[in-house]
Design a protein around this ligand. Structure first.
Ligand code: HEC
Length: 238
């Protein structure tokens, strides 16, 4: 029992330290925003599919869920030669990945559920120049990540600065070399991408919300019926 208590205490205290290390930025998730989901899907295929798959979802399902014409999804979102029935498969082969990165880029179908939207949003924005690393960059949220910054051309390059306040020291990332997008547009870009990954993590979410309304309506109706029945059954009993 004592051992268990110690283990529990240690787990919680390590959790607290991990949380303190870096404050995550909040993503604005809105799964009813079809335009954002469509943009996010396009960004995913353009910037992530080279290395990562999301094989739990097919292009056709995306078209249906985000209210887009399947032909348009094939033309504007899917890579050339893909079929509308294909899953989001990466062309990267395992051996090359191991050789280049020392590890395999994981499938991202469920990443938003395991890491959370804010973590993903912050991760993709937190690369900075670190010449001591093989890739020349490091990441504040995922230290020593083996993933090169896939969005550096859009965001530009950041360097890390130590800042001191009365509450203690913290690291601030400052843009050194601007990218092709302004800071505001880059935030929107990453937000759309994360919005899409949250959708991919649980595509039935949208449907569930729709069905949920009917279920509540039914329960309310049933409450009235049950109440009337109760009155009827008990009316002769005093
Ligand atoms: C050039 C190949 C490459 C591209 C392009 C790429 N990644 Fe990665 N990614 C990797 C590798 C390799 C890892 C494994 C990193 C590690 O374990 O240190 C990884 C890991 C990740 C992880 C962390 C998974 C985890 O929890 O361990 C996330 C999230 C991720 N990538 C998201 C993305 C997104 C979103 C994009 C598109 C904007 C993208 N990646 C583009 C190679 C890539």
């Amino acid at each position: 029992m004592k051992k268990l208590l110690i283990i529990l205490l240690l787990t919680f205290s390590f959790g607290a330290v991990a949380n303190e290390a870096i404050e995550l930025q909040s993503a604005r998730i809105d799964l009813s925003n079809n335009e954002s989901l469509q943009r996010g899907a396009k960004h995913f295929v353009t910037y992530c599919l080279g290395c990562h798959s999301a094989k739990h979802i097919r292009y056709l399902r995306i078209a249906n869920d985000v209210g887009a014409d399947p032909q348009k999804v094939l033309k504007d979102i899917a890579p050339e030669g893909a079929s509308i029935y294909d899953q989001l498969h990466s062309a990267m082969n395992k051996h090359d990945a191991e050789k280049w990165f020392g590890t395999q880029p994981p499938d991202l179908s469920l990443i938003a559920r395991s890491r959370g939207a804010d973590w993903l949003y912050s991760y993709l924005k937190s690369y900075y120049i670190d010449t001591s690393k093989p890739l020349g960059v490091n990441n504040l949220v995922f230290k020593d990540t083996a993933m090169p910054n896939p969005l550096w051309q859009l965001q530009g390059e950041q360097h890390a600065e130590q800042r001191k306040t009365i509450y203690g020291e913290y690291t601030k990332l400052v843009i050194e070399e601007p990218g092709t997008l302004s800071e505001k547009d880059f935030d929107l870009f990453v937000n759309d991408l994360v919005n899409f990954l949250v959708y991919v993590g649980e595509p039935v979410q949208l449907e569930r919300q729709r069905i949920g309304k009917y279920v509540i309506l039914f329960l309310l109706l049933f409450l009235v019926i049950a109440y009337l029945l109760k009155k009827e059954f008990w009316k002769d009993i005093h």
